[in-house]
Design a protein around this ligand. Structure first.
Ligand code: 3PG
Length: 208
C-alpha cells in the first residue's frame, strides 16, 4: 500500500469541498485540522480552487490536500503548482492519467464498471475512485468488482452518514469521499462553529 493510501485508510473519509472564496480556505483548513479531519479534496468546480489549495497548504503544511474534479492537463499543472498531494478525477481519462504519471503525481481516477477498472489497471493504477457510487450499484457493485480485481476503491457520490460504514466495512475500500462532511453553505456563510461540530461528528459516525 502506498504512503498516500495508508494515510487515507487511517482517515477513513475524505471531505470533498467546493469553495467559492479562497480567503476562507485557511480558516476551513483550521476547522478540519483541529477537529480530527486534516484532509480535503478541493474540487476544480470553482475558480477559487487553486488559490484555496495554496492557502490551505500555507496554513497547514502537513494537511493531506488533493484536487478533485480534475478534467484537463492544465488543471493538473495548476493543482501541482498549488501544492497538492494527490489528484482525483470523476472519470477515467487516459490523457490526464498519463500526464499525472509523467509528473509523478498520484492520480485516483473514477471508474464504475469492469472495463474501466481493467483500463486503469493496464495503466498501472490500483487505487481508484468508485464514482458515482450509489447510482452505480453501491456496496453490491463494489463487492462484485473487488471479488475480481486486486484494486482498492474510494467510493464517492451518494455516500452519506447512513451508508458510509457499509462501504468502509469492505476490505477493498481505503476511504470514502463525500460532500456531506463539509456543506458549501456553511463555508460561504462562515458558520465555522457548526462546521466544527459536523467535522467532530464524523469521528463518531465512522469510529476513531
Ligand atoms: C464528487 O465530486 O466526488 C461528488 O460530487 C461527491 O458526491 P456527493 O456530493 O454525493 O458526496
Amino acid at each position: 500500500m502506498s504512503h498516500l493510501t495508508s494515510r487515507m485508510r487511517a482517515l477513513k473519509v475524505i471531505p470533498v469541498i467546493a469553495i467559492k472564496d479562497a480567503h476562507k480556505a485557511a480558516k476551513l483548513a483550521q476547522v478540519l485540522s483541529e477537529n480530527g479531519l486534516p484532509c480535503a479534496e478541493v474540487t476544480f468546480r470553482t475558480e477559487a480552487a487553486a488559490q484555496a489549495i495554496r492557502n490551505m497548504r500555507e496554513a497547514y503544511p502537513d494537511m493531506l490536500i488533493g484536487a478533485g474534479t480534475v478534467l484537463t492537463t492544465q488543471q493538473v499543472d495548476a493543482a501541482i503548482e498549488a501544492g497538492v498531494d494527490f489528484i482525483v478525477s470523476p472519470g477515467f481519462n487516459p490523457t490526464t492519467v498519463k500526464y499525472c504519471q509523467q509528473r509523478n503525481m498520484p492520480i485516483i481516477p473514477g471508474v464504475n464498471n469492469p472495463s474501466l477498472v481493467e483500463q486503469a489497471m493496464e495503466m498501472g493504477l490500483n487505487t481508484l475512485k468508485f464514482f458515482p457510487a450509489e447510482p452505480s450499484g453501491g456496496v453490491e457493485m463494489l463487492k462484485a468488482l473487488s471479488a475480481v480485481y486486486p484494486v482498492s476503491f474510494m467510493p464517492t457520490g451518494g455516500v452519506n452518514p447512513a451508508n458510509v460504514n457499509q462501504y468502509l466495512a469492505l476490505n477493498a475500500v481505503f476511504a470514502c469521499g463525500g460532500t456531506w462532511m463539509v456543506p458549501g453553505n456553511l463555508i460561504d456563510e462562515e458558520r465555522w462553529d457548526e462546521l466544527a461540530e459536523l467535522v467532530k461528528n464524523v469521528a463518531t459516525i465512522v469510529g476513531e
